[in-house]
Design a protein around this ligand. Sequence first.
Ligand SMILES: [Zn+2]
Length: 132
Amino acid sequence: MTELTEASQRALGIPTMRCFKRKNQIIFNCPECGQMHYHGIPSGKITFGREDPTGDDNGEGHRVSHCMEDAFPNGYILKLDPDEQARHDDQEGRIFALEERIARLEYKVAENFNMEEKEIIKLKEKADRLLF
Ligand SMILES: [Zn+2]
C-alpha cells in the first residue's frame, strides 16, 4: 500500500487511532463502539524459510477496520502512543494488585472456614462420646 498523505487521509475519512502494544498485538479502545480492537503484529518477515528479525515491524500503519459498527469503511491508521501505553500498563498493574488482594482474602476466608470446621468436628466427637 502506498503511503497516505495527511490530506488524502482526511479526505477519505481515515482516522488515526492511538494504540498500545501487548505481546504480538497492537490494540486500541474504539471511540465508535467502545470495544478494544486487536490487530496482530507480524513477528518478522520470512526470508528463505527463516524468520528475519530485521523484518519485524511495530504494527503501525493502515488497517482494515475491525469495528462491528461499520464506522470506518476506509479503515484506520494505527499509531503507537506512549501515553496510551503507560495508561494501559498502569491499569494492568492495578488489576494485578487487586487480583492479589482478592486471592489473599479468599485464602483468609478459607482459613477461617477450616477453623470453624475443626471446631465443629471437635463438638461432633464430644457429642459422639456422650451418646455412646
Ligand atoms: Zn469499533
